[in-house]
Structures are given as structure tokens and as C-alpha cells.
Design a protein around this ligand. Sequence first.
Ligand code: ADP
Ligand code: ADP
Ligand code: MG
Length: 669
Amino acid sequence: MFKKILIANRGEITVRIIQTCKRMGIQTVAVYSDADARSLHVQEADEAVSLGSSRSSESYLVSEKIIEAAQKTGCQAIHPGYGFLSENAGFCEKVSLSGMVFIGPSSAAIATLGDKIASKALALKSGVPVVPGHIGMLSDLAEAEAVAERIGFPVLLKPAAGGGGKGMRIVSCKEDMGPAFNACREETQKAFGDPQLFIERYISNPRHIEIQILADRYGNVIHLGERECSIQRRYQKIIEETPSPAVDPDLRQKMGAMACNLAREAGYSNAGTVEFILDEDRNMYFLEMNTRLQVEHPVTERVTGLDLVELQLKIAYGEVLALRQEDVSFYGSAIEARICAEDPARNFLPATGMITRYAPPRGRSIRVDSGIVAGSVVSVYYDSLLSKVISWGQTREIARMALIDALNGYHIEGVITNVDFVNLILNHPAFAAAELSTRFIETHFDNDKTKLLPSNERLSLMAIATTLVYHNRQKLIRDSLKPMAAHVGGATKPRDWYHYMVKSEGDIFELRLQGDPDLRNWTIWANGNQYQVVTPELEFYRRRIKLNVNGRYQMFRLQFRGNFIWAAFCGITRVFEVYSPQEWELAQFMPKIQKRVLDNVLECPMPGLVVDIRVQKGDRVYRGQELVIVESMKMESGVASPCDGEVQDILVEKGQAVDTGNILMRFKL
Ligand code: ADP
Ligand code: ADP
Ligand code: MG
């Protein structure tokens, strides 16, 4: 086997390739740009070579720099990952000419299959159905219009060199062809340095199904089943799964055989993916072949138990494929969600920033392929993929639930991500029912908002989690102050049930909590429904909390600001306001109380214990007068009146524990 290889990529895929190399005893060399000097892929590799400038066109995309780095460090082969130079036939050829091995197919195969027009022609030749259209380059607008008339609108204009969903335009009538043609040509020239366009019929509501293949250098070709990647935004995948709910063993066999034929016809070796779309009548059409490892390869690994990178390395080294088609079996179901630094509310625009906190989910059925850690900087230079979460289950439904649980616990701070958005998709009834199409997001969402109302059950669970944690935090404060309470007198009597009112957007929840003395087992009534809840060890300072509700573990992400609690669960993100009944009554009088702009209330500035109240109801007070004394951290502090007025209500009593933001008094101005 190779002793040392260079990985010409960055981010999660480089980290993932290094893992397999470590297991196989292969030394790894990473390359990095200035922006990536301190990134995870550099730390994980045995050695790393700087490529300089942060711009990929001056670093990751410069073949010479990469080949030089590999030669200097004594590498025998280069793994290109995906994106960057992975589908660049020129790079592949240069690597071979330099005496090293390119871990992928031959440059001839890349050249043919990388051009969508040439690959469609090849597909036809090998008996694979293609999307009806014009298999050839469009020379000008007039030809585009004529071809579109012939196949019938709507049509899709596509760049021959395309990738990553770039440049495609749907054209629905003749009048729109002019502007679309020019825009598409401009974009493809800019993105790929190649102006060639072609036209296909636009298939409405298709599913994207692709076949993973493996081929060695001796003509042995097998497939590893399909992946469904219908959940896309901007023609780019964000959720992928295998097996596809739309594919039965017959269709799998048929599509697999076609993909293998195409690979044979192209003289293909190594791992590759043949992409198809399936129309509503289950007709399949070849789209393109990707001549590299695919972003979503882990779902295939989960159900086949194979390591695709290991197989790539063995094939590139010249080994004969040890697997025959009948050796490949599929077990269970796997789903992947891509976690990207992007803002679903702003049309999925990429986001940048520094990751300030990072806590990936863990679990037996969960795999996380990640390129980031706390401290990683997400820059403007590269694509927005941060990590991938892959779940496995015996059935699709079990895998779906496992992925939801994982996403509920995925905590990333510092950059905007799509974690909650992909979670919303997974929770959508249409996704659960496997009613998928590439238009899923347009169909079921307005921007980042689902067109469905959030389920009452989920909102109730969120109200329970926020209230319980709020309550236990208050209780911790009270307990820590107990020794003091004794000497002040008037400690609040323990109760066996507690009552809270919770508000979130337009929804109101009435909660009753009844806990055992150690506060771990609870009976909770939320709007009349009863729940049995077990809390974990008292870790209420955490930003994630796992509760056992009615026998099932649920993870919530919470952030506190007094009694305002931001919560995320199953893709729903909301602020919950938790009130004691007295505070609630007050909030009814003054709906704006939440805004914290009123100066006719006395707010507690810190957590502590009320040791003295210096006024009574009806007293006149002046601005700056100390009204309540709160003891905290062994210090007594006076809380001063924000206004001149009359004390209308006193909401606390001596000996009571209070938290930041609690309302102590109300004034009549
Ligand atoms: P996959 O089918 O493996 O998901 P994608 O089309 O999503 O492939 O692309 C994989 C990665 O490579 C993405 O990060 C994408 O941004 C990048 N990529 C693909 N093709 C190109 C290209 N031609 N130019 C730049 N980046 C590309
Ligand atoms: P890329 O190289 O950018 O991945 P593809 O040809 O693989 O381009 O297409 C990407 C996505 O665009 C597909 O998954 C599908 O959602 C959509 N698409 C491509 N061709 C068609 C078509 N003819 N009709 C409808 N949708 C299409
Ligand atoms: Mg594609």
C-alpha cells in the first residue's frame, strides 16, 4: 500500500480521508492556504505544506504548487477530495506525469465525463436514457430558441462544464430565452472558464437518485446502490439518504446495471457516481457522472459497511476489486444532513464568522464528519459546508428520528448555520411520508419558514423544558442562599407544586410542576396534558439539556436571559417567557413589560436573597431611594427606585430568592 499521500483539499473531507489513512497506516500530508493555517485538517495530518494566498485560485487550485508539495514531502499519491481539482483532467494528468498516482479515474475518463454534453452522448451510446434535449453545444440564441421550441417549454439551460448547481436557468417561454441565455453564458464563463451551454427538457417535480459505483483497473465494475438527494436548495443537495424510498429492488438493479455499463463504456476506474432524475411516472434519466468521491458518500458507507476511501486507495494502488456484486448487501437506512454556514432566511446566503462554541452531537447511531472546532474561522474564501451529520437506523423512520435527536443537540455558536432549517425539513410530515422532490423546499417553505403551524405537542415540550430549567435554576439559587435565609427570618416555605405561566409568540401555556424532593422526577401538567419528566444531573448551566419525557429522551438547546429563554427543538426556534402567577398578572396589566423599557417597575439587577424591604405598599418613593436590599456573594446591595412615585405592589417577601430580571415592585407614577 502507499506509504504517504497528499490530500489536495481542506475541511471535513480532508479530515475524513486522514482518518482512513491513519487506520491503514498511511502517512498524510495536508496543504493549506493562509486562511486555513490553524484549521483542523492541518492539525490532523502528519505533515502540512503551506500554499500561500487564501484565494483558492492562488492556492488550492494551483496544480503546480500541490504537485511540488507532494514531491517535496515524498508522497506517492494525491487524493483530490471533492470540488477544487477533483474533476480537473489536466491536474490528473500532471500528477501522473510527475510519477505519482492520482486517486481517482484516468484523465481521459474525467475529460469525457466532466463535459456534460460528451457524457450524455456516451450515456446514450451505452443504452442509458438521457433527459430529452439537444446533445450538443448551442452556438447562439437563435439555436437555443429553435431547440427549445422543438423539445417544448419549460426547458433548462445548463453549462456543459457545470457543477455545484451553478449557472442553470429554467426558461418557461420563448420571450425569456434571450436574457436567460446571456446570463447563463456569462455565469458559466466566470465559474468554469468555459462558455458552452446546452438545453434539456425541464422535468417537473423530479427526484434526484444517484448510483455509487466502484471500478478497478481491470474492468471489474460494481455498484453500491443508490442515494436519494432530492432535498436541494439552489440545485445543491442538503439532505441525502439511502435506500431511496422511491427505489425498489427491481429499479435498483436496473439503475445499478446502467451505471455500471456507463462506467465500463468510459473505461472508468475508482469510485464514481452516476446521477439520474426520476420523473413522477418513475421514468429515469441520466444527468451526469461525478468522477470523484461524493459529499454524501457516508450514507452508502453506513448501509454497506464499506469504507469508500479505503477502496479508492486500494484501487488506485492497483489492487483488484475484492468485492463482487453479490458480496454487496445493504443493511438499514441512513440519512445525512449537511451543516452549512448559511442563512436560510436570506435565501441561503453564505455566512462568515468565528465559531465560538462547538458541541457536535454524539450517539451510537450518529456519525459526524466535521472540519471545524471552536475557534475555527469561516471565511469568505471557500464553500460553506462545515460538517455532515449521518444517522443510521433499521428503518428510515428510526434513522430520521435519530437524525432529529442529533440535530436537536448540535450546538454551534458564532456563525449562522442551517442546523435548525434542516431539522425543520426532517420534522416535516411530507419528509416523514417520503414525499420528496427537488422542489420540496419551494413547495413546503416560505424562505426559512415552514408553511405548517408548529405542532402543539412540540411547543408544549419546549415550554416544559424552559420552565423546568428556569424553576431548577431558581431553586439552586434559593438553596445556595438558605443558610442566610435562616438569619433573616421568613424563608419561603417549600411547596409541593409550582405554577407558571409561559408565553411564546401568540401561544400561552399554563404549567403545573410537581417534583419529588430531589427534583429529578416530575409530573407536569401543561395546558391540561400530563407528562412524566426525568431531569438529568443538575447541569442547568449547560446550553443543551436532555430530558426524559414520557420515556423518551429529548434534547433542547436553551439560552437564558432572566426569565426570557431562547429555545430550539426540532427546528423550531422561539423565545419563551416564564412567569410566576404574580408576575404574569402584572404582565397582563402591562403587556409591554416584556420589553423592559418601563420605569415603573423595580427590577432585580442580580441573583440573590431579599434580606430587607424598606418600604410598604402605598409609600411615596423618590428616584434613587434604596427600596430593597438583596444579598448576594456575601454582599448586601440596595436596589434603588428608578422613578418618583407610589409603591403600588410589592411582589417579593423577605427571605425570598430572586434572579436577575425578576420584578420586585410596581409603582404608580
Ligand atoms: P456532490 O454531488 O458530491 O454533493 P456537489 O455538486 O454538491 O457534489 O459539489 C461538491 C462540492 O464541490 C461542493 O462543496 C461544491 O461547492 C463543490 N463544487 C462542485 N463542483 C464545483 C465546481 N465546478 N467549482 C467549484 N466548486 C465545485
Ligand atoms: P450539477 O453538476 O450542478 O450537480 P446536475 O446536472 O447534476 O448539475 O443537476 C443538479 C440538480 O439540478 C439536479 O439534482 C436537479 O435537481 C436539477 N436538474 C438538473 N437537470 C434537470 C432537469 N432536466 N430537469 C429538472 N431538474 C434538473
Ligand atoms: Mg450533479
